[in-house]
Design a protein. Structure first.
Length: 545
C-alpha cells in the first residue's frame, strides 16, 4: 500500500448498523460512507442518538455483538476490511494502528491503577518493553501531552488528577504506539472551555508531529469550525450533509445543519432590578479544606476553596458564577445551600442560617432547591418519574392526599415540557434533555424561591441546551424565581444571568452586570475565559493547568 498522503487511509462504504433486542430491530446507522486521508481531520457531527459514536465504534467492531449487526457495508483500513476480520487480526489493529479517546476519562481510566501502570501496560503489551523502558517512554509521553512534573504524576491515581489532566493521560495512552488513525469521541465535552481549547490545540500539534489522521466525534459545531478539515453531519443514522468545513459553515444546505449552526443558547435575561428584595446573601463566606500530613494527620495548610466571598441574589434575578474546575464555583453553591460546612454569614430573606442544624434547616429546604449537572446520576434509576417528583411533596407537604400529589406532579411535568402520561416510566427511558426537565420538575414542584443550578446544561446537546435555557427563563418569569447559575460555559451564562462573578482558586476575580463583564472584561483571566468560550482560541500559558 502506498504511503501517499492523498491515499485514503480509511474508507467506510455503505455502512449500516442494526441492534436487535427481543423482536425489535433498531436501525441506528443507515448506509453511510466517508473516507479519511492520512494527516486529515474529519468530523462526524450530530446530536445524541444521531449514530456518530455507533459509526465510530463499528470501525473497530467494538459494538455489543451479536446484538449489533451490519446488514450492509465495509470498513477498509489500509485496504483491509475490518468488518470481515477475525478477533486476532483486529487485536493487531486496535491500540496499534487505530486508537480511541473516549468522552469521560474518569470512567475510561482504571481507578485502581496509577498512571504509570496504565500507560506502561500498553507499552509492555504492544511493544514488548520492559519496566524501565516503559517508564522512560511513559515520561516522554506525559511530557509530550503537557503534564507538568511528569515524574511526580506517575504514582497518581485518576481521582487525584483534574479533568484536563485525566484527558491528557488518555491522549498519552492513545499515542503510545504512534497510531495512524485517532478516533476522538467527544474528547472535550466534560472539560472547561480553557482546558478544552488546550486539548484541541494539543491534538492538532500532535497530529502534525505524528502525521496521523483524526476522526472527531462531536455535537459542538464550535469545535469543528477551527479543528476539522471536512465535516459529515449526521441525523437519525444518516449523513445529511458533507463538505469542507469552511464551505459548509459559510453555506449550509440542509435544514438540520442550519438548525445546529443556530442552536447556541440565546436568552433574554430578566431586566436588572436592584430594588428587588434580597433572597440569598453571603458575607465573608469561607470554605477552607485542611491539608493533613504525616502519621498523626497534622494540619499543615488549607485549600481555600471559597475565600471570603460576598454574594447577593435578589428576587427574580440570576447570578452567574463562572470559572474553571477547581475555582470554587460548586463549593460556593453548596455552602449557600448549607450542604457543606462554611464560615461567615449566609442570609436567607434576612435570616442568618449558617448556624442552623439539619432539623432547623428542614422547613427551609422547600424554598431552597438544587438542580445538578448530570440528570442521569441525580435521578434514582429505581424510582419512576412520579416517585422522583413527588418525593419532596411527601416530606414537605405530608397533608396532601395521593390525588392532590398526583395533580401537582402532573401539572409541573406539563410546565417543564414532559408528557404526564409518561410519569410511571423510569429515567433510563428518557433522553438527556428530558431527564434534566424531570430534575427541574423535582425542584420546581415544591414552589421554591431560590434554586442553585449546577452546570445543568453541560451534558446536553447544543439544541437541547437552548431549550433548557428557555425553560429556565420561562419558569423564572412565571414564578419570580431566583437562581444562582454555576457553569463554565459562558454562552449559557450570557443567555441567563443578570450579574456575573468570575472565580479563580476561591477568589472573585471580577464581578459586575453580565453585559458589562461580557462586553468589556477588565481582568486578564476573564478575557482568557471569554476567548476560549466564544472563539475557542488557546488561552495564555498563564492559565494552563
Amino acid at each position: 500500500m502506498s504511503d501517499n498522503k492523498d491515499t485514503a487511509l480509511l474508507e467506510v462504504n455503505d455502512l449500516s448498523v442494526h441492534f436487535q433486542q427481543g423482536g425489535t430491530v433498531t436501525k441506528a446507522v443507515k448506509h453511510i460512507s466517508f473516507t479519511i486521508k492520512r494527516g486529515e481531520t474529519l468530523a462526524l457531527v450530530g446530536e445524541s442518538g444521531s449514530g456518530k459514536s455507533v459509526s465510530a465504534l463499528s470501525i473497530l467492531k467494538l459494538l455489543p455483538y451479536p446484538a449489533a449487526e451490519h446488514p450492509s457495508g465495509s470498513v477498509l483500513f489500509k485496504g483491509q476490511d475490518l468488518l470481515d476480520s477475525d478477533e486476532r487480526d483486529l487485536r493487531q489493529v486496535r491500540g496499534n494502528d487505530i486508537t480511541i479517546i473516549f468522552q469521560e476519562p474518569m470512567t475510561s481510566l482504571n481507578p485502581l491503577h496509577n498512571i504509570e501502570q496504565q500507560i506502561g501496560e500498553i507499552l509492555q503489551l504492544h511493544q514488548g518493553l520492559n519496566t524501565t523502558q516503559a517508564r522512560t517512554r511513559t515520561l516522554e509521553l506525559l511530557d509530550q501531552v503537557g503534564i507538568h512534573d511528569a515524574e511526580e504524576r506517575l504514582a497518581a491515581f485518576p481521582h487525584q488528577l483534574s479533568g484536563g489532566q485525566r484527558q491528557r493521560v488518555m491522549i498519552a495512552m492513545s499515542l503510545a504506539n504512534r497510531p495512524d488513525l485517532l478516533i476522538a469521541d467527544e474528547p472535550t465535552t466534560a472539560l472547561d472551555v480553557t482546558v478544552q481549547a488546550q486539548i484541541l490545540k494539543l491534538l492538532k500539534d500532535l497530529q502534525r508531529d505524528y502525521g496521523m489522521a483524526i476522526l472527531m466525534i462531536t455535537h459542538d459545531l464550535g469545535i469543528v469550525r477551527n479543528f476539522a478539515d471536512k465535516v459529515c453531519v449526521m441525523s437519525q443514522g444518516e449523513i445529511v450533509e458533507r463538505g469542507e468545513t469552511k464551505k459548509l459553515f459559510d453555506n449550509p444546505q440542509h435544514d438540520y445543519t442550519k438548525m445546529l449552526l443556530n442552536a447556541e443558547p440565546k436568552g433574554d435575561p430578566m431586566p436588572i432590578n436592584d430594588q428587588a428584595p434580597v433572597v440569598m446573601e453571603t458575607k465573608d463566606l469561607k470554605v477552607w479544606f485542611p491539608i493533613k500530613h504525616g502519621f498523626f494527620r497534622k494540619t499543615i495548610g488549607h485549600v481555600k476553596a471559597v475565600n471570603g466571598l460576598d454574594v447577593t441574589v435578589r428576587r427574580g434575578q440570576t447570578l452567574g458564577v463562572v470559572g474553571e474546575s477547581g475555582s470554587g464555583k460548586t463549593t460556593l453553591g453548596l455552602a449557600m445551600l448549607r450542604l457543606i460546612h462554611s464560615e461567615g454569614d449566609i442570609f436567607y430573606k434576612g435570616q442568618n442560617i449558617n448556624h442552623f442544624d439539619a432539623r432547623t434547616m428542614r422547613p427551609l429546604r422547600k424554598d431552597i432547591q438544587v438542580v445538578f449537572q448530570d440528570p442521569y446520576g441525580s435521578l434514582s434509576p429505581r424510582m419512576s418519574v412520579r416517585q422522583i417528583v413527588e418525593e419532596g411533596l411527601i416530606i414537605q407537604e405530608p397533608e396532601l392526599t395521593y390525588e392532590q400529589r398526583e395533580k401537582r406532579v402532573s401539572d409541573v411535568l406539563v410546565e417543564v415540557g414532559v408528557d404526564p402520561e409518561t410519569m410511571e416510566r423510569y429515567p433510563h427511558e428518557f433522553s438527556g434533555g428530558q431527564r434534566q426537565r424531570i430534575a427541574i420538575a423535582r425542584a420546581v414542584v415544591l414552589k421554591p424561591k431560590f434554586i442553585m443550578l449546577d452546570e445543568p446544561t453541560s451534558a446536553l446537546d447544543m439544541s437541547v441546551q437552548a431549550q433548557i435555557v428557555e425553560l429556565l427563563l420561562d419558569l423564572q418569569r412565571h414564578h419570580d424565581l431566583s437562581y444562582i447559575f454555576i457553569s463554565h460555559d459562558l454562552r449559557v451564562v450570557q443567555a441567563l444571568a443578570n450579574h456575573v462573578i468570575v472565580m479563580r482558586r476561591g477568589d472573585v476575580v471580577e464581578y459586575g452586570e453580565a453585559r458589562q463583564v461580557f462586553e468589556d472584561p477588565q481582568e486578564d483571566y476573564t478575557k482568557a475565559l471569554l476567548a476560549a468560550a466564544l472563539n475557542l482560541e488557546a488561552p495564555e500559558e498563564t492559565f494552563v493547568e
